[in-house]
Design a protein around this ligand. Structure first.
Ligand SMILES: N[C@@H](CCC(=O)N[C@@H](CS)C(=O)NCC(=O)O)C(=O)O
Length: 226
């Protein structure tokens, strides 16, 4: 059985990607959640992760002695291990497109990532309004995401038809757009609804909502409730 090391479901956008792929395709795995420290430089997160992954980050997938430490490499490996399931789309053109948009997410959107950290349980409407007004690069990142999403083959479905690795990579963006309530076009809202209704996404979000750890350095926009 695979072992997947992840961090807090509320905050860890990189962990969410391979976790969703494993869950959505019913691949058997054991989840090992190593919570982030509550303050930078404290706790045992780094120490524990480094015992399995010298790079000190999650997600990490372990399979029969093999250790993989990058969310895209993990998903590629899973796709190769399960060729009978369409982790990447079956259609060659959609598969090529899925790889392009996944790679774009893997290496892009720095402004949106930095300004709008994933925080599923939070409601940061006011912060989102301010960021939207002040940050032109953020607006550009969102516009590019909306363009990618609007090019999906069927407006009521996933990015490349059926749910695939590409959707798992964009799921944290769905969470961010929701938390910061950024103004988006109708087609984007439809895709967000499709994703929010996906069983694996729901299970991850339920897990996030059950967490109560308050990681100070990931909560720069709000005070810890008393
Ligand atoms: N390239 C890596 C990035 C992983 C990454 O940045 N993980 C974050 C979790 S959201 C992490 O472990 N941060 C802990 C740290 O940097 O101390 C991937 O795609 O898996």
């Amino acid at each position: 059985m695979y072992q997947l090391y992840i961090a807090n479901k509320n905050y860890s956008s990189w962990s969410m990607r391979p976790w969703l792929v494993l869950k959505a395709f019913n691949l058997p795995f054991e989840e090992i959640l190593l919570p982030f420290p509550l303050d930078r430089g404290t706790g045992t997160f780094k120490q524990k992760v480094r015992t399995i992954n010298p790079n000190g980050k999650v997600p990490v997938l372990i399979d029969d002695g093999l250790m993989l430490w990058d969310s895209l490499a993990i998903c590629e490996y899973l796709a190769e291990q399960h060729p009978d399931q369409a982790l990447w789309p079956q259609d060659i053109k959609q598969r090529a497109r899925a790889r392009c948009i996944t790679a774009e997410m893997h290496s892009g959107f720095p402004t949106l990532r930095n300004a709008c950290a994933m925080n599923i349980r939070a409601n940061l409407d006011d912060v989102g309004r301010r960021l939207w007004q002040d940050n032109a690069e953020l607006r550009q990142d969102v516009a590019r995401i909306e363009q990618i999403w609007s090019e999906r083959p069927e407006s009521h479905r996933f990015l490349c038809g059926e749910f695939s690795i590409a959707d798992a990579f964009y799921a944290p963006m769905v969470m961010r757009l929701m938390t910061y309530n950024l103004p988006v076009i109708e087609s984007t809202q439809q895709y967000m609804q499709t994703m929010l209704q996906h069983a694996a996404v729901k299970v991850w979000m339920d897990g996030a909502l059950q967490e109560d750890a308050w990681v100070n350095y990931l909560e720069s926009y709000q005070q810890k409730p008393l």
